[in-house]
Design a protein around this ligand. Sequence first.
Ligand code: GN1
Ligand code: MG
Length: 358
Amino acid sequence: MELNLDSEVLKAYGYTKENIKITQIGTGLINRTYLLAPLAEEKKYILQNINTSVFKSPQAIANNLRAIADYLAFNYPDYLFIKPVSTANSEEMAHIHNEYWRMLPFVPNTISLDVLADPKQAYEAAKQFGKLSRLLNHFEAKTLQATIPGFHDLALRYKQFILALNQAEEMLKNAANTQIEDALSHKYILDYYTLYSHRTDFPDRVMHHDTKISNVLLDNETYEGICVIDLDTIMPGKFISDLGDMMRTYLCAFSENETDLDKIKIRLPYFEATIKGYLSEMKGILTETEKELILFSGKYIIYMQALRFLTDYLSGNKYYPISYPKQNLDRAKNQFKLLQQIAAEEKELQDIIEQNLV
Ligand code: GN1
Ligand code: MG
């Protein structure tokens, strides 16, 4: 495959197309990612183009990662935090033809999964994300910049949905009729959040904000968690962001792209493993309010993701790449079904949480 990778970018890191093997990898929706294998080295690297229509200030990402990397290196020198490799000019990013690039070390003997096939993987992943939050418990979250302002602000996402609804073409609104009803009828999730958001023991913490399984590296033989990756959205937020996104992406055997809604079911052993893994790190740190909101975290994030897909559908698919016209609507349907499944299993899920909090 011919890769449209500018040779200036490689040059910034001291390589040429002749002395390196390049493969495009990753399944993320936002950034383009390549694996670089320099022929003369044993080490490999990950090269990523930062999507600046999403991340308007790449410098904010670089500043956040530097501050966190320094803090972790000082306080927890054994912790593996994947920080960017400097360019040949000792810069944190390569700025080439108005695009920003950064390079990261590739961690050998690890794999990243796209789907979970064993509850142990949920445990390991949840433990890794929990560990990052635990180690950063005393790091001043407010010293970090919001790399996407309002990223997990449900009130803002709801407002954006209403705006898109008011401006949408009639045809799109008709096609999305049921999902629009769903979006409106679940607004109580936002209202509930608003009530809690004023509590003093519901702090801002350093959150990863994108805790899907492919953002954890596992040992390729033992499947033990090694470290977390995709650190662009590390910024201040509430704990519900991370645990909620794990529920959104670990509990069902099929992803947000699945269109057969009969397949959208909650796997209780995966829920239990996620809770156990996360609490193995965070139980002693979460406040009483946060503990009350554990199950709510899943509803909050799933509802927000449904709103985001629906909003994008109604406004002409400007954010999430699609492979067919109604894909964002289908994704929204999928997420509303998942939300409904959580509600249907609420009692069992809450029992599991309580058993693991004692
Ligand atoms: C985006 O690019 P990716 O796949 O890591 C999005 C997440 C969504 C996710 C849904 C910056 O993540 O918030 O949950 O798609 N990231 C951004 O698949 O918008
Ligand atoms: Mg991401």
